[in-house]
Design a protein around this ligand. Sequence first.
Ligand code: PLP
Length: 434
Amino acid sequence: MHKTESHVRSENLYERARRVIPGGVNSPVRAFRAVGGSPLFIARGSGPYIFDVDGNRYIDFVGSWGPLILGHAHPQVLQAISQACRHGTTFGAPCQAEVELAERVVAAYPGLEQVRFVSSGTEATMSAIRLARAATGRDLIVKFSGCYHGHADHLLVAAGSGLATFGTASSAGVPAGFVGATRVLPLDDDQAVRDLLAREGAAIAAVIIEPVPANHGLLLQRKAFLNLLRDETRRHGALLIFDEVISGFRVARGGAAEYYGITPDMATFGKIIGGGMPVGAFGGRRDVMEQLAPLGPVYQAGTLSGNPVAMIAGLTTLDLVSAPGFHQRLGMMTDTLVRRLAAAAAGAGIALFTNHVCGMFGFFFTTERNVDRYEKVMACDVERFKRFFHGMLKEGVYFAPSAFEAGFLSAAHTEADIDATAAAAARVFGSLKD
Ligand SMILES: *Cc1c(COP(=O)(O)O)cnc(C)c1O
């Protein structure tokens, strides 16, 4: 086992970073505020491992928060990227790779006829919502408590108090007008969906959901709930948007739409489709998508959209992910990991709820029998998670530095990595009882 040693170089970099970057990070969860301590600065990655600037090695279960389904520095992806780079890194003009990636995404995803590339998941959901509003001539958006769709203003809205569907801004700086155009519902609550759509259905442009919610741990939903969203949006003329930024190409080639057999009106992508480069995308039926400029009245653009290097990284990744048996094998490995973690917790007498779906998993320190809603996640034992996180870090295993994030497995993780993780977890769980 690789017990980790000094973190002096990471600590020094963090100190420098905090002088010139707010909080020392360019995305807040990286700062370790949710677990305490000082973030690791990563020097390199290889397969299932990351190495920090002090030379410590970790088995990585973050995978850059989802994109790295093939593991770090996959040789074929790297080769494709470096070859593309030699031809220039951006033109601001069409290139062949973006056509090929679009063809690949359209062919893989149920009901998708056209797709447009952007540079992040946030841009994808932001643009999808503008388009949905234009296509329906309506303003209201419905989202779910516990889902994350990036940081555009109208999606930074959290549930208000009690049973109110009116939200409150989940960030300072979000205008009241944006909040007023967003409704927030609990996950897994059929009646709340029916009631809201009965009341305001005629004004709702779109219902957006992560069909596999993976931004507050993993909150797997009943298929019947997703079917209800499909039926209710159709009945009221609202568009159903599946935010597949995490689940796209992970839970299946055709994302959650294929996994559950439910076809949304629009879908958003990111993470895996960029193969580790900054890419997002949104797509849908032709009649909806053709309302975008230059054909239609909905403006949307991007200097680096369809970037040739990023497109090649995505294409190469999707090719490898499309190999026969890819998702089946990854799913089996995930199942093994999660069963081993659950067994280790049970062996140590630690209450743990686990769940998983191909290459993604959740684990919650709770006695709950099913964690599928935001309130249940928030009721978990965060102090216990913090101790588990730091214990595992010392053992050379890197989980997300927050109790409210999912874990990610890549095709590069081996049985030996899972054995080592389970053995480390058994030791750390054993130390958590007090
Ligand atoms: C990560 C994520 C986003 C935001 O993507 P960024 O590339 O970080 O802007 C949106 N939706 C979901 C479901 C995500 O997981």
